[in-house]
Every structure is written in C-alpha cells, then in structure tokens.
Design a protein around this ligand. Structure first.
Ligand SMILES: Cc1cc2nc3c(=O)[nH]c(=O)nc-3n(C[C@H](O)[C@H](O)[C@H](O)COP(=O)(O)OP(=O)(O)OC[C@H]3O[C@@H](n4cnc5c(N)ncnc54)[C@H](O)[C@@H]3O)c2cc1C
Length: 431
C-alpha cells in the first residue's frame, strides 16, 4: 500500500504519522513544496520577533522522522490523474498512489495594486518569506503594514522588536472588526500607539512606488505618501488552488470533504487549510485556518486512509493567541456580522468566529482585561477573553461542550453582572 500526502505541514504530517501508527508496513510518501519540510507556521511570528530561534520552528527531530519511516520528498505536485491513481511533479515524474491526501494549505492573498511585485513587498506566510522580512528590516527603517487580523499584528510587533518605525493601515475604523468588537479593537490599537505605531484608520494603500525595482514609497488613500522600503501585506488567505482544478474534484473556496475527510474522488482525502467542511452546528460550509484543527483533521484523514473509519467531529474552534502583548482567547461565534472585508479569512482564524449568533452580548472590563460572552438561549455560543486568562478553560468547556446554562442565564444577562464570579461559581457547583 502506498500513501501519498501532498503537503508536509500540520495536516500532511499529522496524517502521515497517524497512518504509520495504524499501518506499520505501508509506504508513506510526503511531498513538500518547501525545502524546509515540516515547521511550525504559527511560530514564524515569534521567530520574527526574536522570541525563538530558527531551530525551535521544527517540531520534529530527524530521529523522529527516521523512526516513523516517512519518506519526505521536496517537490511540487502539479497535477493529479485520479483515473490512473498517479500524481505528476514539477519535473514531470509520475508517482503512483493507493490513497492520496491533499494538505496543501492556504496562501496569502496578493493584492492587485500597482507596485505589488516590487522588491520589498513582503508576506508573513512561509519560513522563506519570514527570513526575507528579517533581512529587509532593521533599526531606523520605516515599514507600512496593511491588513487586519492576527498576522498583520504579528508583523507589526515583529518589526517593532527590530526597531522599525511602523505605519499600520486599517481599511476601517477598527482592527479586525469581523471578530473583535470596538472596545477590544480599541485596547489593542491604544497599546500599539503607545509603542509608537502610527495607525491610519479608514485608509487603504493606493499604490506602491519603486526605484530600480525596489519599494521606495507608499501612497495612501488619504493622499499622504510615506517614504519606505518595506510594505507588508496580511489581508487574508485563500486555500491553495494549484490542484483544485482536478477533474471530478468538488470545490467551493477549498476542497469539499465529508466527515471522513474524503473528497468527491475515491481514495482522495483533504485536510487542513485547504479543506472545506460542513458544520452541522451552524449548517454552513466552513474553513478553519488553525494549526490544531489542521492537525486533528490530518489525523482523522490518516485513520480513514489506513482503513480505520473515523468521523471528524467539528467542535467550536478556539485559539489562545497574543494580540498586542495581551493573551486573548477567542472561541465559538463572536462575530459582529461585518462582512464588508475583501478577503474572508486570515491566518489563525476560524470562519465560525465571524458568525453573529442569536445571543445576548454581556461584557465586563477591568483595565486591559476584558470578557465578552455571547449568551444563547441554552448555551454560551462564544466568548472573547483578553488579558487575565484564568477563565479560559472554563469558557472552553462551556462553549465547546455546549453545557446548558439555564441556571445562570438570567444572572449573566442582568446589567452590570459580575460575569467572572457567576461563571466560576457555576463551574465549582458542577465539578
Ligand atoms: C504567521 C502565521 C501565524 C499563524 N498563527 C496561528 C495561530 O495563532 N493559531 C493557529 O492555530 N494557527 C495559526 N496559523 C495558521 C496555521 O499555521 C495553519 O492553519 C496551519 O499551518 C495549516 O496547516 P496545513 O497543513 O493545512 O497547511 P500548511 O501548514 O500551510 O502546509 C502546507 C504544505 O503543503 C505544501 N505544498 C503546497 N502546495 C504543494 C504542492 N503543490 N506540492 C507539494 N507540496 C505542496 C507546503 O510546502 C506545505 O508543506 C498561523 C499561520 C501563519 C503563517
């Protein structure tokens, strides 16, 4: 039996490792378009901000890879011939498979604006691109960062740590307005301003000016021109489409999969950022751009590929991340219903967060600490917790496991309620 995974990221490697646990003898080929193979994409932000070194990006030692007997090949797969059960690589080699996994991830959206192909336009998307940002940034330089969402903020913070003067362009008044409310956005932007970031609200980038093929300036919609040699975009991601034109493969934005991570073609599976899955809870097709979810989906795909039929049970997605130095938990449906953004999803985000549920919004603030709850009729449908994280695991349990909150619902929605106190007491009574 030959298993082939296209992609050596979170989903591809998780599938390969899971297959090996079930099938000790099958051949497992993992293709990576990047020479670096398997590394932590979320950790690129910490590499940029100098909090970790390059070695820490790699979650597996060579010995682990040897022990699991995976064959990792660097190469770009360019086509799939499902009738022949063959893939073709960029050197025109034909490679047979019995079971195939598409785990090619997502790629950063590239804006169609003048100057976008100049040297000095960068993305925090891959290890190679992160190293490009590092090479181009340095003390006393000026950079322009465009975007809203986790990655844009990570670029801003990474550049700040390298003593770069940063202009941050927001298309709207608030930062990441599809997911955060104005108060949460305000806390983050205030902290950035205190660190010297120049925030340009309701501003887009009109064009990038160049000199001898390199970025030399950025013209904003306000009419202002900023002299800079670095323009970073983090305006969203899209499932990588290279292989999505395969005849018979059903796709929308990504590859459609059922609960066994099977695509519309026999013996071809998909997982991770490239997969689009039907969510029973919200009755909608969703993409999650989250590392743990890519690992989980990869593991489920791997089990099914190796013959152990296992459904993927999608639960409310959670991320505990850092926004402008503040640890923040985002879980469930917390959106504002603001759908005006050009690109719909950013790295480290779930589309579910953008949904505005039928819920009463309750919130408490204390200095930079903030708690926002989306209180549904029977359950907590979502929550955002900034700063103090002591409630994080309680919220995760209540939202993910859909614990009935009938006993405390009236208390929670009472104006001025001590939300944390009520939740802690409820948790203690249940345990
Ligand atoms: C800067 C940054 C910050 C992030 N922050 C967070 C966060 O805070 N929390 C979180 O949960 N997630 C975060 N993410 C998202 C997370 O990294 C992704 O959701 C996850 O990596 C998706 O895994 P994947 O396996 O689907 O795709 P990827 O990890 O993108 O892997 C895709 C693989 O496919 C290979 N490939 C692509 N096309 C081909 C081809 N044609 N042939 C051969 N190989 C191919 C690539 O080389 C790569 O090995 C972040 C990502 C970035 C970049």
């Amino acid at each position: 039996m030959r298993y082939l995974t296209v992609g050596a990221g979170a989903a591809g490697m998780s599938a390969a490792e899971t297959i090996r646990e079930i099938d000790p003898t099958g051949e497992i080929l993992v293709y990576s378009a990047e020479p670096e193979g398997y590394y932590s994409r979320p950790a690129l932000a910490y590499y940029l901000s100098r909090e970790i070194n390059k070695k820490s990006l790699f979650p597996r030692e060579s010995a682990d890879l040897l022990a699991s007997r995976l064959t990792i090949r660097v190469g770009q797969i360019t086509a799939i011939l499902p009738d022949q059960k063959v893939v073709i690589d960029s050197a025109n080699n034909r490679i047979n498979y019995d079971k195939l996994l598409l785990a090619t991830g997502a790629e950063a959206a590239r804006p169609p604006i003048e100057g976008a192909s100049l040297d000095g336009v960068v993305y925090l998307d891959s290890l190679a691109e992160t190293e490009q940002i590092i090479r181009k940034s340095g003390r006393r330089k000026t950079a322009v960062v465009v975007g809203g969402g986790i990655t844009a903020l990570e670029i801003v913070e990474g550049l700040l740590s390298r003593k770069v003067r940063v202009h941050f362009l927001l298309r709207k008044e608030h930062y990441w307005g599809r997911v955060l409310d104005p108060s949460e956005s305000g806390i983050i932007l205030k902290r950035l301003e205190e660190e010297g970031v120049v925030i340009h609200r309701n501003t887009t980038l009109e064009k990038i000016i160049g000199k001898k093929g390199k970025v030399s300036g950025a013209v904003l919609s306000s009419g202002q021109t900023i002299g800079t040699d670095l323009v970073a975009f983090a305006i969203g991601v899209k499932p990588r489409r290279d292989l999505l034109e395969t005849p018979g493969l059903k796709t929308q934005r990504g590859v459609l999969v059922n609960q066994y991570m099977q695509t519309s073609i026999k013996d071809i599976y998909a997982a991770g950022d490239t997969a689009e899955i039907y969510d029973q809870q919200t009755q909608s097709w969703v993409i999650d751009c989250l590392w743990p979810i890519a690992r989980q989906q990869g593991a489920i795909a791997g089990k099914n590929m190796a013959g152990k039929k296992t459904p993927y049970l999608r639960r409310s997605p959670i991320n505990v991340t850092r926004l402008s130095g503040l640890t923040t938990t985002i879980i469930g449906q917390v959106g504002s219903g603001d759908e005006d953004d050009e690109y719909s999803i950013v790295r480290g985000e779930s589309e579910s967060w953008q949904l505005m549920p039928d819920a009463v919004i309750c919130q408490n603030d204390f200095e930079v600490n903030r708690l926002r709850l989306m209180v549904g009729r029977e359950y907590l449908l979502g929550a955002v917790l900034m700063g103090d994280q002591s409630l994080s695991s309680i919220l995760e349990e209540l939202v993910v496991n859909q614990i009935p909150i009938g006993e405390i619902r009236d208390q929670l929605i009472e104006p001025g309620a001590d939300l944390a106190g009520i939740l802690v007491h409820f948790h203690e009574m249940r345990s």
